[in-house]
Design a protein around this ligand. Structure first.
Ligand code: ATP
Length: 358
């Protein structure tokens, strides 16, 4: 029986639509290779552009379509110089995260070529880990609080709930189980200082008992930052609270070529958004120079997450095509020192797809 997957496509703002265009065209090109599976890609206008048009950055109809879809593919949203009248950022991607309970930011980090890392003596595949970031609480819990600039002090709370920690730790172990690497989950915490982290560690250990086939270890966040640079090959899956995850994600992206090389997924129990780790980069928008690899790899993650034999195969095909293009170190966009345009990268991946599957 044929299966159709509904995908809501939200290009968004800045470079979002440019990188999304390449991912969408590759998904359309891959579809004919799938047996008994169709991808119904429906685009929706969401973001600052939509706010300008209709006064609502995330219209109800678009949100409903996202809710009904099997997966959401998102480019980038928000522009620094356009905010709500109260000064807060227009960030419908964060509203989606909250309203759809997307609690786990899953960021795979992989080195495709030795030239792309600032580290010495690391080649293709030597850096290959996944960072799982808790996305609903932690130190971001107070993100909507307003600073009283006349007060004597200002504080933010690190909130770790039992349910929140449990579900994100479970997600990390599930991610590890699906990988063919070392099958290890490292909890990145600060349990030597913060009681919230002692609590997080306790819950992590409880969850780990359900996964005896997977090694569980604890690493302090400061040491983790050092180890990621000194011996990144030792990491398999890392799980951490929101703010630590935010910071370590950028460090991790820097190990493999920057934000343009870092795909990401926001995972919940019944929905998921796939988007590159980078933002809307307005400084380079509209110039056809944005690096679309992170977006294309996010689309590959989406295919794998849809969890159908054929979409999993398609995800692997797309990643293989990306790896083939990146095997040539000159095939890079300007952010990585290359000369390819956004469109050139899409064309190169498309060619590799055809060659690999002819
Ligand atoms: P956000 O807070 O929305 O995540 P940000 O302010 O941290 O965004 P980004 O928009 O991700 O920052 O990017 C910062 C800079 O990095 C950009 O201005 C751009 O120069 C560069 N950059 C980011 N993503 C890409 C990309 N895909 N291709 C090329 N350059 C990029």
């Amino acid at each position: 029986m044929s299966k159709s997957f509904e995908v809501a496509v939200l290009g968004g703002d800045g470079i979002g639509p440019e990188v999304t265009r390449q991912a969408v065209r590759l998904l359309k090109e891959i579809e004919p290779y799938l047996e008994g599976v169709t991808l119904n890609l429906q685009e929706h206008s969401v973001g600052v552009g939509e706010y300008r048009n209709s006064g609502n950055a995330l219209p109800d109809a678009a949100f409903e379509a996202c809710k009904q879809s099997d997966a959401i593919l998102l480019g980038a949203m928000g522009l620094p110089n356009l905010r709500y009248p109260d000064g807060t950022e227009i960030a419908p991607q964060l509203d989606l995260r909250e309203r759809l309970e997307l609690y786990g930011g899953v960021r795979p980090i992989r080195l495709y070529h030795a030239d792309d890392t600032p580290l010495k003596n690391h080649g293709e595949g030597d850096i290959d880990f996944v960072l799982v970031r808790e996305s609903t609480e932690g130190l971001f819990f107070g993100r909507k609080s307003v600073a009283d600039l006349d007060a004597d002090a200002c504080e933010n709370v690190m909130r770790i709930s039992r349910a929140g920690a449990r579900r994100v730790c479970k997600l990390a172990f599930e991610v590890a189980r699906k990988r063919d690497k070392g099958k290890k989950v490292s909890l990145i915490d600060k349990a030597n200082v913060l009681s919230s982290m002692v609590f997080f560690r306790h819950i992590f250990d409880e969850v780990a008992e359900d996964y005896p086939d997977i090694i569980a270890e604890h690493v302090y966040v400061d040491a983790a930052a050092l180890f990621m640079v000194r011996r990144p090959q030792d990491f398999d899956v890392m799980v951490t609270e929101n703010m630590f995850g935010d910071i370590l994600s950028d460090l991790a992206a820097g190990l493999v070529g920057g934000m343009g090389m870092a795909p990401s997924a926001d995972i919940g129990d019944s929905h998921a958004v796939f988007q590159p780790s980078h933002g809307s980069a307005p400084d380079i928008a509209g110039k056809n120079v944005a690096n679309p690899f992170a977006m294309i790899l996010s689309a590959a993650m989406m295919l794998e997450w849809l969890d159908h034999e054929e979409t999993r195969r398609a995800g692997a095909m797309l990643r293989a095509a990306v790896a083939d293009v990146l095997a040539d170190p000159s095939a890079r966009t300007p952010d990585m020192g290359g000369k390819l345009s956004t469109q050139d990268v899409g064309d190169a991946v498309s060619r590799a797809l055809r060659e690999n599957n002819s």
